[in-house]
Design a protein around this ligand. Structure first.
Ligand code: SAM
Ligand code: SF4
Length: 360
């Protein structure tokens, strides 16, 4: 069972928290809110083929509650980036209302979306009008048969339409998230990069993390960031992006055509590698997450959650809600699971929730 922590004790000073700081000196200013646990795909690294138990509708954050949490994050804690995710956030019909509601309060704070892209072509104009600033679309392959195998749904053309519509709507950059699996889509990494470069999408490879419903993750099967770079380097020249990385999870590389002239070739674009497992960036993590049922998760891999929604629904003030949130974040583990064990440590226990239920 995932541990739901009791309401943590406020700091000894009694002063209201002004930032989401933890015991290890990190400050979280990057908020991810999951809006729904449901999804219209069944990616093998995330969800089971069938048998998911969905949250009941009244357990989900309402649009107003999602906006209130985002508002508290920005107003009280100085959150600088808000991302809506899921499950599949486009499954929420009120997504544009949520974005618009937040942007009406904080027009200068960027709002982004992580989506599988299905129906994005039909919704993107409405979302941009509501204030959406950036989008990440998950796409692991452009081979239709492989896509159907990975996602258990034959819906590649819809995702491709969604990506094109995002670009046409002026979202910039349009990012593509890809997870590679050995023996499934790993040999297609360079093809996927070429496809994205041609269309002006910024591709980022994410190492597969042990957050799948089927508990099939195994370290020996992991396609590491180093391996991804090796595969891409067979076809392209990669050089580290000169821009500072900051707390960004992706390490960026400039991509050039492989020529004998090497780095003199023009930059075709950038590619990111998010090596969450093999090159962990816990030390600079600035994320705070709220699940679709309103629970704070200080870490993706943690088995501890703090119920913010019940506090909110009990009639708590913004300040009281903020204190509970700040208390949860103070307990953020130093690295990975609550004891800081590594993901390939036999003592590592996978959280009960899958990535789709946590909100990636
Ligand atoms: N449904 C949306 C999507 O797929 O973009 C949003 C939710 S999904 C959980 C967010 C991101 O998590 C996606 O980019 C997906 O590829 C990634 N993801 C899911 N399970 C993962 C895993 N086990 N390891 C690494 N990334 C994962
Ligand atoms: Fe759905 Fe996204 Fe999980 Fe795939 S990764 S099953 S699209 S929530």
């Amino acid at each position: 069972m995932t541990t739901v922590l009791p309401t943590p004790v406020p700091p000894a000073t009694g002063a209201p928290a002004r930032e989401l700081s933890d015991r290890w000196g990190r400050v979280a200013d990057d908020l991810r809110i999951s809006l729904i646990d449901k999804c219209n795909l069944r990616c093998t690294y995330c969800m089971p083929a069938e048998g998911m138990t969905w949250l009941k509708k009244d357990a989900l954050l309402t649009a107003d509650e999602a906006v209130r949490i985002a508002d508290i994050g920005v107003r009280v804690f100085g959150v600088r980036d808000v991302r809506f995710t899921g499950g599949e956030p486009l499954v929420r019909r009120d997504l544009a209302d949520i974005i618009a509601g937040f942007r009406s309060l904080h027009p200068d704070v960027p709002v982004s979306l992580t989506t599988n892209g299905i129906n994005l072509d039909k919704r993107v104009d409405e979302l941009v009008a509501a204030g959406l600033t950036r989008v990440n679309v998950s796409l692991d392959t452009v081979d239709r048969e492989v896509f159907a195998r990975v996602t258990r749904r034959d819906r590649l053309p819809q995702v491709i339409r969604g990506l094109a519509a995002a670009k046409a709507a002026g979202l910039d950059p349009v990012k593509v998230n890809a997870v590679l699996m050995r023996g499934v889509n790993d040999t297609g990494a360079a093809d996927l990069l070429a496809w994205c470069l041609e269309r002006g999408y910024q591709l980022r490879f994410i190492e597969q993390m042990p957050l799948d419903a089927d508990h099939n993750w195994a370290r020996r099967n992991l396609v590491s960031g180093a391996e991804v770079r090796g595969r891409l380097s067979e076809r392209f020249d990669l050089t580290p992006d000169p821009a500072p990385r900051g707390s960004a999870p992706a390490q960026l590389w400039e991509v050039r055509e492989k020529t004998t002239a090497g780095q003199d070739a023009p930059v075709l674009g950038k590619v990111g590698v998010i090596a969450s497992v093999t090159e962990s960036f816990c030390a600079s993590c600035s994320r705070t997450r709220v699940t679709a049922d309103g629970r704070v998760r200080s870490c993706l891999f943690s088995r501890q959650e703090t119920d913010l929604l019940s506090v909110m629904r009990s009639g708590a003030s913004d300040r009281e809600i903020a204190e509970v949130w700040a208390g949860a974040m103070r307990l953020k583990p130093r690295a990975y699971g609550s004891d800081g064990v590594t993901l390939d440590d036999p003592g590592y226990v996978q959280p009960e929730r899958t990535m789709s239920a946590i909100g990636g």
